[in-house]
Write a protein that binds this ligand. Sequence first.
Ligand SMILES: Cc1ncc(COP(=O)(O)O)c(C=O)c1O
Length: 451
Amino acid sequence: MKKIFLSENDMPKSWYNIAADLPTAPNPPLHPGTHQPLGPDDLAPLFPMALIEQEMSQQREIPIPEPIQEGLKLYRPSPLIRATGLEKALKTPAKIYFKYEGVSPAGSHKPNTAIAQAYYNKQEGVKRLATETGAGQWGSSLALAGQMFGLEVKVYMVKISFTQKPYRRSMMQNWGAEIVASPSQDTEFGRKVLAEDPENTGSLGIAISEAIEDAAKRDDTKYSLGSVLNHVLLHQTIIGLEAKKQMEIAGDTPDIVIGCVGGGSNFAGLAFPYLRDKINGANIEFRAIEPAACPTLTRGKFAYDFGDTAQMTPLVSMYTLGHTFMPPGIHAGGLRYHGMSPLLSHVVKEGLVDPYAFHQVEVFDAAALFSRTEGIIPAPESAHAIKGAINAAIEAREAGEEKVILFNLSGHGHFDMSAYDAYYAKQLEDYVPTDDDLAKGISATAGLPGV
Ligand SMILES: Cc1ncc(COP(=O)(O)O)c(C=O)c1O
């Protein structure tokens, strides 16, 4: 069987919350002023109460409200596909499956949480959402979801992507959002950054600061984040819950589960329902793949740090390159983030998930091979997972083992063709930060509470 579909009736009715099953508790988020564990009221200016409750919940299964299920049915359940063409090209005895999240209208997994977040905000009377976007995938997803539930959306888009990806902007406009390049003149923090460095190409850390400032200053506006937070990872578990049903139909269980990691949400979405099995004794390996240019898990420090550059977020315990770190302008814009989800950081720290880092050019080589063997042109972010799967399949071939590999193809690359142009023109470079670069970034965590 090449593709395995589920019917709409088989779509999961609850999300899976891994907090209920973790063998050890993660460190709590701290108030940036008092350094005391955060309470729900601390987050109330930024998020609706339903999402704050999910952020702190220990309940294993959280029901998906009917209107969110209806919204998700625009494109879910998503297909599980066996990468038979890639298997053949690699001459591997391994079976490679991937969950394809590029079928959503925005082209990635991001609407899985955008639809949920827009719904809960609407329920609590919010009129407008402010957010940031790196590659443009998240901004377009929230624009789509805002349109679905009648909310205005303002997107602060990292300037380098704003320039590299004009059609992502057009998409957001089509779904009614307002977009500005970050750093922008629209916020105090943006103006400060531009005054110091008019050529600043932006970063997710700066764009997050701008969106938070926007939300904090307006009564009608809340903030929305496309990754990192517990409730975002929770909403993404629909990917893994569907995949489990589909793998059962295929008659296989994965030995290795793989995903790319920016803030950690698509990886966790696929992996956490399987990680529950590992915690209960199953023998499954988990590989989280990041760019060597922004090596948060493989070379970062496990520490309390801010999620944004302007130090407006709570302090969270995570792997970090420091909140002032400016990642180089690689084309996988969605993976250029200095931090990592606290939940994912915790399971990496506990040895349940193994991090890997790959270089930009080898990742595009993997994307090109995948396009030729499976037809789908992957997003540069997702291509990191493909590279991870290819390496695992080659290891299986060399060991003569019939491993079952499952990876998340988090999005398509139809709006990333300028990156492919650069690849074919041999203009892509491999950036690797030096130890000194990293030490400088990580020094921003000095003086913050210890883990
Ligand atoms: C297609 C795609 N995959 C992956 C990511 C990384 O985010 P996360 O780690 O939260 O899944 C992004 C972020 O923009 C993305 O657009």
